[in-house]
Design a protein around this ligand. Structure first.
Ligand SMILES: [Zn+2]
Length: 231
């Protein structure tokens, strides 16, 4: 964002966008959930106009969908969009990993080890929301430390959309990232083996995508025809 004057309104809209994005990313608000404006105004103690602007912004980011006469709801990405989001993640996260030098790793050492500890603690416990949050936080952290804010902003959007996709298509209830792979990426980056870090990241993203049941997407038209055939 340009460093012109940030108005109180902009800050307030951003606060609403952040709260809603976080709730969606952590599966507190599931795909298809209706977002009633009056309830958001009340719960977040916000101004109606600010809520409307925030919802418009989330709609532009494809995180929510606004339908005429039906209002806003949390988006339900199609199987095709899910594949496209993962293709975009492969491109963006490769670029992010390529930006991270051993010097950055050294400078961010404390933050990284704190995160890996939190992640291990979460995956050893059973709080599903904490697991989802920590595993996604790993990817966001790499985006933040890489030093390129454009890549980091694009990734933030893709991560919320990935959460929606996982909520809709995950085959089973297991957490989607493996901590070991995260650790392997970190180790490679610390040793300055960026090619290896990129390879592990791409493999990791392929695995995440493979855990999605994208081919089983219901196709209402065909099912309806099949269901009615011969009756
Ligand atoms: Zn991961």
């Amino acid at each position: 964002m340009a460093s012109q004057t940030v108005t109180a309104k902009q800050l307030e809209v951003q606060r609403i966008v952040d709260v809603l994005s976080r709730a969606i990313a952590q599966h507190r608000l599931k795909p298809g959930t209706r977002l009633i404006e009056a309830q958001i105004v009340e719960t977040l103690q916000a101004n109606r106009n600010h809520v409307q602007v925030a919802l418009q912004r989330l709609a532009m980011q494809r995180i929510i969908t606004i339908e005429p006469n039906r209002g806003a709801m949390v988006s339900q990405p199609s199987a095709r969009e899910a594949r496209e989001v993962f293709a975009a993640r492969r491109a963006i996260e490769r670029a992010i990993v390529e930006c991270i030098t051993p010097a950055i790793m050294q400078k961010q050492h404390e933050r990284i080890s704190r995160h890996l500890n939190n992640e291990r603690a979460a995956t050893n416990a059973t709080d599903r929301r904490a697991i989802v949050r920590e595993l996604s936080e790993f990817h966001l952290m790499l985006g933040e430390i890489c030093g390129n804010t454009v890549l980091s902003e694009i990734l933030a959007n893709l991560m919320v959309r990935s959460s929606l996709i996982v909520a809709l298509y995950q085959r089973n209830d297991v957490p989607s990232c493996a901590s070991d792979e995260h650790q392997d990426i970190i180790t490679a980056l610390q040793q300055g083996e960026r090619d290896k870090a990129v390879a592990v990241m791409l493999e990791h993203l392929d695995e995440l995508e493979a855990q999605l049941a994208l081919e089983q997407q219901p196709e209402p038209d065909i099912n309806l025809r099949e269901a009615l055939a011969g009756l």
